[in-house]
Design a protein around this ligand. Sequence first.
Ligand code: COA
Length: 189
Amino acid sequence: MLHSAGGPPQDPREPLVAPLDLEANVDDALAVQAVAFGLSDDEIGVRRHIVLRHLKSPGAMALGARTPEGRLVGFVYGMPNDRTQWWSTVVTGPLRAAGFEDWLDNSFVITELHVLPLHQRRGLGRRLITMLTDAAGQPRSLLSAIDTDSPARSLYHRLGYRDLARNVHFPSAPSPYAVMGAWLPLRRS
Ligand SMILES: CC(C)(COP(=O)(O)OP(=O)(O)OC[C@H]1O[C@@H](n2cnc3c(N)ncnc32)[C@H](O)[C@@H]1OP(=O)(O)O)[C@@H](O)C(=O)NCCC(=O)NCCS
């Protein structure tokens, strides 16, 4: 269960992290993702369908970070892994080859995490993913990230995620991904 009071006390001028009705706010969330990660208008349309479908999965949860004025500046969402979902079917082979296929069971998958550039490096990304995984009922967490040295990979390593499989190719994605896993709760700094 998600509680908006979770996490450390926040400065009232800083964005507040709280449960997000992602279905109702899908366009604002994709606008954040488009700026933070880079999405074309066509990709936004495709992602919109995918997000709305994901939200029907049992146990799907989302958190948003909003300014005191109510502007969404970051969000995270995820769900318990379901081996029949597309993401899981793509990572199964690489995880099996690396000896980590068992991570597909009893894992909470972080599907998206994005913070607008102006609000990055202030702890929001850490707070979003930590609060979401704290609310998960599973003992461990999985995610994929572009297989390069990036702010996202730095954050995930800092939180205790380690590389389970690398050079994983998702159909239609130009860059290879790393699949990462961490035991919950995530590491506190
Ligand atoms: C990844 C992302 C969500 C991190 O959000 P954030 O709010 O900036 O992260 P935080 O401020 O909580 O950073 C926590 C830690 O992550 C690491 N980190 C974050 N940004 C970093 C950067 N630019 N360079 C190096 N390390 C970084 C640091 O260890 C940092 O701790 P520190 O500030 O105490 O050193 C944000 O950079 C982002 O939205 N990037 C673009 C979209 C994206 O790549 N999403 C992930 C897809 S897999």
